[in-house]
Design a protein around this ligand. Structure first.
Ligand SMILES: Nc1ncnc2c1ncn2[C@@H]1O[C@H](COP(=O)(O)OP(=O)(O)O)[C@@H](O)[C@H]1O
Ligand SMILES: [Mg+2]
Length: 330
């Protein structure tokens, strides 16, 4: 197992920065996802770690050793691409053996490692097939096997499931995570899919525009997004921009549309208006006078929680209705 550190990593293409000095530590055997919209620098980060791109500034350390200037073949990395990149004229077994042959591993040892890896990726019965005679999921497992057969120190995956249909993608998520745990290999996984990152990872690294906006456990990212942009991207954000009506000891009250008020912990910098994020199932709304409390969707449209909706635990806008326990029944 290997620890990976990025220290103020900068990558520019012809003066245009793709990475603006990112720092990150990936622990031994951790599964880390780089999550962000297209063009934010996820693949560039991965390619710098693999050595396919020369870094403009900053350093990359494997177990404390600077490998920034090493050739890709000297970095002990297994990589899986979205496109699979299998050799079409080679059988599954030959695809797996190729990397070992390049490394001049003895023939008997190659046969042994290929057989073991085929078992690991559940492809033993398909050893003599050619890639075109395999399903998308099977081809993806060949790509995974080809990365793992060389017994690399680090596994890098760049949107490996993007070409699969939704059901297969679900299955493959579980498959990859189980495999990673069994092998215990430090893994960096690139995805623009929030669900994928949140369900698979020990650590989620949210990136925008060449920078890391937040790195934390899926729970931290979900429950305490560092910025509004993170909250919106992770997808649980109903952000309300509302008037502050009163402030007390450590709390402020904000006015909700419809006349209800909401007490929230006081922000560090008090203001006349406050943006609050209503995360599913995580806001306490109370009623004022005879007015029912209301929740709104991201566009600010009031979503009046119906008793029927409350009983099922869901408001009209799809988030968990916090009023179920608090609102008086009609
Ligand atoms: N070879 C390249 N030459 C010039 N610009 C590039 C190159 N590769 C990536 N970029 C730019 O760097 C930014 C980050 O790209 P990339 O890392 O591929 O994003 P992501 O994988 O997050 O979608 C983008 O603006 C992209 O256009
Ligand atoms: Mg990419």
């Amino acid at each position: 197992m290997t620890e990976v550190s990025l220290l103020s990593l900068v990558k520019s293409y012809g003066g245009t920065p793709a990475l603006r000095g990112i720092s990150l530590k990936v622990g031994h055997g951790q599964f880390v996802s780089l999550l962000g919209p297209s063009g934010c620098g996820k693949s560039t980060t991965l390619r710098c770690i693999a050595g396919f791109e020369e870094v403009t500034d900053g350093r990359i350390l494997f177990d404390g050793k600077d490998i920034s200037r090493k050739l890709p073949e000297d970095r002990d990395i297994g990589m899986v691409f979205q496109s699979y990149a299998l050799f079409p004229h080679m059988t599954v077994a030959q695809n797996l053996a190729f990397g070992l042959e390049m490394r001049k591993v003895p023939k008997a040892r190659i046969a042994e490692r290929v057989a073991k890896t085929l078992e690991l990726v559940q492809l033993s019965p398909y050893a003599e097939r050619y890639p075109k005679a395999l399903s998308g999921g099977q081809q993806q497992r060949v790509a995974l096997g080809r990365a793992l057969v060389i017994e690399p120190a680090i596994l890098l995956l760049d949107e490996p499931l993007a070409n699969l249909d939704a059901k297969l993608r679900d299955e493959m998520r579980g498959f990859i995570r189980d495999l990673q745990k069994r092998v215990g290999i430090t893994t960096i996984y690139v995805t623009h899919d929030q669900n994928e990152a949140m369900t698979m990872s020990d650590l989620v690294v949210v990136m925008f525009d060449g920078d890391i906006a937040q790195a934390g456990s899926p729970q931290e990212i979900y429950n305490t997004p560092a910025t509004e942009q993170v909250a919106r991207f992770v997808g649980n954000a109903n952000i309300l921009d509302l008037d502050v009506t009163a402030s007390g000891a450590g709390t402020v009250e904000i006015a909700l549309p419809g006349g209800a008020s909401l007490a929230i912990p006081a922000p560090a910098a008090p203001a006349a208006r406050s943006g609050i994020m209503a995360a599913p199932g995580r806001c306490a709304i109370r009623t004022t006078g005879s007015k029912r409390a209301m929740v709104c969707d991201a566009a600010g449209r009031p979503a009046r929680p119906e008793p029927r909706g409350c009983r099922s635990g869901r408001g009209r806008t799809g988030f968990r209705c916090p009023c179920a326990a608090r609102s008086p029944r009609r």
